[in-house]
Each structure stands twice: as C-alpha cells, then as structure tokens.
Ligand binder design. Structure first.
Ligand code: 4AD
Ligand code: MG
Length: 455
C-alpha cells in the first residue's frame, strides 16, 4: 500500500490492517536491544510511516544495513498512532532490505542548501522539500488541463521542431544533422532548411484556433537566451491558449482566471505539501495565495505604468522611458510596491513587441498584455493577434520577416480571418509563485540553463 493511500482512506478494515505491505526508503532508524524504529517514506506524500520492528521477525538480521536511503519492503499490522500528526504506525511482522545505501549516501543529514541539492538533482526528489515541489508540479499540470477542459478547450500538440521563429528574438536552438564543416549548407540539412527547437507553439496554435475556436497547448519550449537569472531556463514548459472571436479584454480575463484557478488549486489541493513551503520557504505563502485567489487584479496601460515608474522616485538599475522594455525590477515595483497585487499591463509600443500583435487604432501601440505577480514579475505574456492581412504584411516587413516563410500563417488572414487572442503562461514561473520557491532551477526536475545541461 502506498502511504498516500494510508492517509486518504477514511476506513481501513480491521482485517486489512492486519497485514499491510509497504515499500519505500529509510529516512531514519533507531535501534534498541530488542527492536528498531524506522521512519519510511515512499514519496507518495509528505508523511513518513513509523515502523516498529522487533528483533525476532524474519529479515531483522539485515536491519543494521538499513541505513538512511536504503530501500526496504515491510509487512506488518497497522495500529493507530499515538504520535502527533500521524494516523498510523506499523508493527512489522517481516522486513526486507531491497537496496542498500552505503555511508556516502548524500542525503544523510537534513538542511542541505538548495545549491547543493541541484548538484544531486537525481536524488533531491527524495527530500521533503523537492518531493513537495514535484508533487505540486504534477497537481498543477492536472489543474491546467482541468481549467481548459472544463471550458471546452481542445488540447493541441504543437511541434517541438520548427522552422519559424515566433518571438523573433533570435533565441532559438538550431537542430541539425549536418557535420560542422557543412553547417552553412541549409539545403542539405535533415529538413532541407534550417530548423530549430520551438520557442512557442503559438503560431501553430493560432491555426487550430482558427478552426476549432478555443484551443490550448501545454508543452516544453526552448530559448537560447543567455540570461542567467533565477527566472529563466533554456527549457521550460508553457501553457498557450488561443481563442477565436476574442479580443484583448477577453484575453486578459482568461489569463487572470487561469492564474486564480491555479492558485486556488494550490491552496485547496495541496495535500499537506503547502506546509513544507510555509515552514521552509515562505511563512506568508498561504496568506499571499489567498489574497491573490480572492482579489481582482490591477489593470494598467503600459503608458500609465511608465508614468508611475517615472514619478516613483525610485532609482532603478535600468532606465525607464516610453518605448523601452519594462525590466523585472520595474515590473516588481509595480506589483510589489505600488499596487501590492497582481497587475496586468497592456497596450505596449509596437516597436518592442513581436510581429503578430494587433495594432491599436492609435497606430503606436499593440494589444499586448503581461500579467505580473509579486515576487516574480512577468508570469503571462499574450496579445490579441493581427487578423488584418494588409497590416500583418506591413508588420512582417518592419520585422524583416518574409511572408513566403510564413505563408501558412498569412493564409489564416486570407481565408475566413477572425479576431483572436491568446497568451503564454510560464509553467515554472507559476510554480514558483505557488510554492514560494525563489529559483526556477528548483521547480523543474532537471534544469537546463546557460552552461548547465547535467543529468
Ligand atoms: O512572453 P513570452 O515570450 O510569450 C510568448 O512566447 C508568446 N508566444 C505566448 C503567446 O502569446 N502564446 O513567454 C510567455 C511566458 C512568459 O510570460 C514567462 O512566464 C515564460 O513564458 N517564459 C519563461 N519561463 C522560463 N524561462 C524562460 N526563459 C522564459 N521565457 C518566457
Ligand atoms: Mg513576454
């Protein structure tokens, strides 16, 4: 039986309790003359199961080799626990060592630094903290699908290999089968042209929205941006809904509803894991999540946000001026210091945004929007898309993109074009927000960042 089941089951019958088998890893062991106490964890939940093993049961002869980290299988009788916070403990009738863990097992002691744990990413899921993070990650992924499936969105699998650059930021990983000396001969490459790992499923997502109306993608994306920050990874997961017959307002509504849904899910379905984050990461986490789940987000135009920043009297590292990108420090000032709640900034200057965003009537701004949250900054980036053929072609020209390369994307504007909008939510950024973890490397199983592609 898995330990999660032990906690979840309301009733476990007397006869079932008489003979239960569990398997897991030894967290600690204490021996006395006639028996041993073992704390076993199988990772299915936070709680350990305490086992009392008398010296005369089968298998006890190996108990001295059941060190921290060893794997064991134990059969016994479940009895109500007198200990705090635990419903059951086990009186073993049989105990079996499956795999030993010698004295160099790196997780002997508690309280290792996150930096150290990153160097043993293959073992860190066995810690309380990372176990909680990755169980939370799994539940949040489920909640993403739940949110969209409940709203009748169709899940679309967009390709990971692509020839088009969605964001136009030149941050793509090239994929090639050419030997280095032929690197320039694109026509001889596997696909007969240059190809890359995708930075976003959006463009392909749009084609499906322009057929199935409401769609979403949820998968890995890749960016070769050389920014070694706590919020950037070279491989990260993105959730990208795309909605036909939808404008910027509807897009912001959907993005904010998704953030709230995920925050609520983190709170209500945390299965005890939130306690770990509150204890070891951020004491105010629950309070913050409840605040975000309940209160409306702030909305402000880029132009008004820039004015606020200019009047703030703060000295920022990066300059603030109309036409410049908002940097993380600016985003965080807006959401943490000024509004003190999640803030959606919209209508950015066209010069700093990609070609696909819809031009506003002012001719200067595009219908872009970013959702910013305290502690992180940008968690969602999206826009209404340019559905007018002539304006899209102008945009492409300005961005030095050739319509021939994007002929299929252009076709959508030729045949039954519709207003449509969508966004991308960084799944790891959302997880950082929901767990309070400060570094993206600690919420993704195996982080890929500049200079680091281990495991
Ligand atoms: O703002 P971005 O670049 O938007 C797009 O990719 C659009 N094509 C999305 C769309 O409209 N369908 O990225 C979206 C989100 C960001 O808000 C951020 O949360 C996350 O993806 N993100 C990253 N997360 C981790 N590491 C990185 N290097 C990230 N780059 C973006
Ligand atoms: Mg963005």
């Amino acid at each position: 039986m898995r330990m999660r089941e032990l906690i979840k089951r309301v009733v476990i019958s007397e006869s079932e309790r008489a003979c239960v088998t569990i398997a897991g890893w030894v967290r600690t062991r204490r021996d006395s003359k006639t028996f041993s106490f073992l704390e076993i964890n199988d990772g299915s939940c936070l709680a350990n199961l305490q086992v009392v093993a008398d010296a005369d049961i089968p298998g006890y002869g190996d108990v001295e080799r059941m060190h921290t980290g060893a794997s064991v299988e134990i059969t016994g009788r479940l009895v109500a626990s007198l200990g705090q916070g635990q419903k059951w403990e086990m009186h073993a009738t049989q105990i079996r060592l499956i795999g030993e863990a010698p004295a160099d097992y790196p997780l002997q002691k508690k309280g290792h630094s996150l930096e150290f744990l990153r160097t043993i990413s293959h073992l860190r899921p066995r810690t309380n903290l990372h176990g909680a993070v990755f169980r939370m990650r799994s539940r949040m992924a489920y909640a993403v699908h739940q949110f969209f499936q409940d709203r009748d969105f169709t899940y679309v699998h967009t390709p990971i290999l692509t020839a088009s650059d969605c964001e136009g930021a030149g941050e793509m990983f090239r994929v090639t089968t050419l030997p280095p000396e032929k690197a320039a001969k694109d026509a001889e490459d596997f696909f007969g042209k240059k190809s890359f790992l995708t930075v976003s499923g959006q463009l392909e997502g749009e084609t499906f929205a322009c057929a199935l109306s409401n769609i979403y993608t949820f998968g890995p994306t890749f960016r070769a941006e050389n920014s070694n920050t706590t919020r950037h990874a070279a491989e990260f997961w993105m959730i990208e809904p795309e909605v036909a017959f939808c404008d910027l307002q509807g897009d912001m509504d959907l993005a904010e509803a998704l953030v709230k849904h995920l925050v609520r899910h983190a709170l209500e379905k945390s299965e005890g894991d939130l306690l770990v984050f509150e204890k070891f990461v951020d004491k105010t986490l629950r309070e913050r999540l409840e605040f975000v789940a309940e209160r409306p987000f702030e909305r402000i135009t880029y132009t008004a946000a820039v004015e606020l920043l200019l009047k703030s009297g703060q000295s920022f590292q990066y300059p603030v001026a109309y036409g410049l990108n908002l940097q993380s420090e600016h985003e965080r000032w807006l959401t943490e210091q000024y509004f003190k709640k999640p803030t959606t900034v919209y209508n950015y200057p066209k010069e700093i945004k990609p070609f696909y965003m819809r031009l506003n009537d002012d001719g200067k701004t595009v219908t872009a929007m970013d959702v910013l949250v305290p502690g992180i900054g940008e968690i969602v980036g999206g826009s209404q898309r340019e559905e007018r053929l002539d304006i899209l072609l102008e945009n492409m020209k300005r961005h030095h993109l050739s319509p021939e390369d994007y002929w299929w994307y252009v076709d959508l504007r030729k045949y039954g074009s519709v207003p449509h909008a969508g966004f991308g939510m960084g799944f790891e950024r959302m997880l950082m927000f929901a767990t309070g973890m400060n570094n993206i490397r600690d919420v993704i199983p195996f982080a890929r960042t500049p200079g680091s592609c281990d495991f």
